[in-house]
Design a protein. Structure first.
Length: 284
């Protein structure tokens, strides 16, 4: 799906596991900071504020937790791997040494939910090797176990939650499954009910864990999905990307040489379901 296995086959298994363990450490750090902030009045700024169009009024919030968590992770990563690169939502990029991995960090994904107290948000840590997801960890405010915790994996799997491999799958008695969508579909003919969570990272983790059958993202940033795509791959899922209308839909293989500037519509899920959602979008 994402090239996390074959395209990173030259990496020693121990290296991948080490990156995964470090990603889990960072995700847990982020989760602890998020939980510790609950119940406090947070300072919040908005990337889009008054005077920039009513339809965009007060969009893209950034809380003090976003900034503090990213700063903590950057400091820790500089101690562990000063040659590794960092792409984060809130701060300038730290370039990587040649052939070193790049860490894509989203300290709070679903910030609008978070600052409003809606308990659907995540912290996403992705490790990219040559632009391809190699390891990932996503702390989620809730999970298949009805508690917060970290979904994690590296290119060779398995998908795990708080250190334990996830076994089983969706309830086979469920005849109508769920699709994560950027907008709620009022009708439609697809065989899924739609849900909008407000967090791409949570939807990636939920697809990997089998809670959602498929999910679609219109123009995510690399830090929104880098960690989650590794989880989906480890669970045996597939991703398709629409880079532009001329090229059409392709199987996702990586974020390219400049991950920060990457943009593409994504569909993720088991092969058959993801292909069906892709084809429905292509058909209009």
């Amino acid at each position: 799906m994402t090239g996390t296995d074959d395209d990173n086959a030259d990496l020693p298994a121990g290296t991948l596991r080490q990156w995964e363990e470090t990603a889990v450490e960072f995700a847990r750090l982020a989760g602890a900071e998020i939980v510790a902030s609950l119940g406090r009045t947070l300072s919040v700024r908005y990337k889009t504020g008054p005077g920039e169009g009513d339809e965009l009024l007060f969009r893209d919030p950034v809380s003090e937790v976003d900034q503090r968590v990213e700063s903590l992770i950057r400091t820790r990563l500089a101690e562990l791997h000063p040659d590794h690169g960092i792409i984060g939502e809130e701060m300038e990029d730290h370039p990587a040494a040649p052939d070193s991995p790049v860490w894509a960090i989203d300290p709070v994904d679903g910030t609008t939910n978070f600052v409003n107290g809606l308990p659907l948000f995540a912290a996403s840590i992705g490790v990219l090797h040559r632009g391809r997801p190699a390891a990932g960890a996503v702390w989620c405010s809730t999970s298949h176990g009805l508690r917060s915790g970290v979904y994690h994996a590296c290119g060779r799997g398995p998908l795990s939650f708080d250190g334990a491999a996830i076994e089983g799958g969706p309830n086979p008695a469920g005849r109508r499954r769920l699709s994560g969508e950027p907008r709620i579909d009022p009708g439609g003919v697809l065989p899924w009910e739609t849900r909008k969570t407000g967090s791409a990272a949570i939807e990636c983790a939920f697809v990997a864990a089998g809670l959602l059958e498929v999910a679609r993202f219109e123009r995510p940033n690399v830090w929104d999905v880098a960690g989650g795509l590794c989880l989906v791959a480890a669970a045996g899922g597939t991703a398709f990307v629409l880079c532009d209308q001329e090229r059409g839909w392709e199987r996702f293989t990586g974020f390219g040489d400049d991950p920060r500037s990457w943009r593409g519509q994504l569909v993720i899920g088991p092969e058959e379901a993801a292909a069906r959602r892709r084809d429905a979008i292509a058909a209009g």
